[in-house]
Design a protein. Structure first.
Length: 162
């Protein structure tokens, strides 16, 4: 992890303290407490938190990606910044908030490891739920695997139960 150089001596000391704290977590030197779910909680020192603002996530995005609107097409700008989160659903939420700030329409691109023969069957002719794959976006615009938002309910009414 690279920490940017501070603008003044106070910032430099603060960044060094933060970097050392992160290293100490990795080395197991920071006290942890079991939270009852077989997971451990680490208390973050208040000097590393922004607790005074209700929109602290927006503040974090704005401070991590300053001038995002002017630089969102620059791969170097994007590759030099990251917001780390412990869970994938948090990543999806943060990504959704960042994408909302970028002008224009958003698109989802999927990758595949291999190409499959596609028989050209339309969804209205599907007679079995096997192999049927959906991509659904929640109201917040983040991907989900919950099928309750499928628009074509009539297609599922005629499917035989397996």
């Amino acid at each position: 992890m690279r920490i940017n150089k501070g603008k003044n001596e106070f910032e430099v000391k603060r960044m060094k303290a933060f970097a050392q704290w992160v290293l100490d977590i990795g080395d197991g030197k920071i006290d942890r407490a079991l939270n009852g779910n077989e997971e451990e909680d680490i208390t973050i020192p208040s000097e590393f938190c922004n607790l005074g603002n209700v929109n602290s996530l927006d503040d974090m995005i704005d401070s991590t990606f300053p001038d995002l609107i002017e630089n969102y097409k620059d791969p170097k700008y994007l590759s030099e910044r990251a917001i780390l989160t412990p869970r994938n659903n948090t990543v999806s939420h943060v990504n959704g908030l960042i994408v909302e700030k970028i002008p224009g329409d958003s698109f989802s691109y999927f990758s595949v490891d291999s190409a499959e023969e596609f028989p050209g069957t339309t969804i209205s002719r599907v007679t079995s739920p096997e192999g049927l794959k959906f991509f659904i976006e929640s109201e917040m615009g983040t991907p989900t695997n919950i099928t309750q938002n499928v628009v074509y309910k009539e297609v599922f009414q005629n499917l035989p139960l397996i």
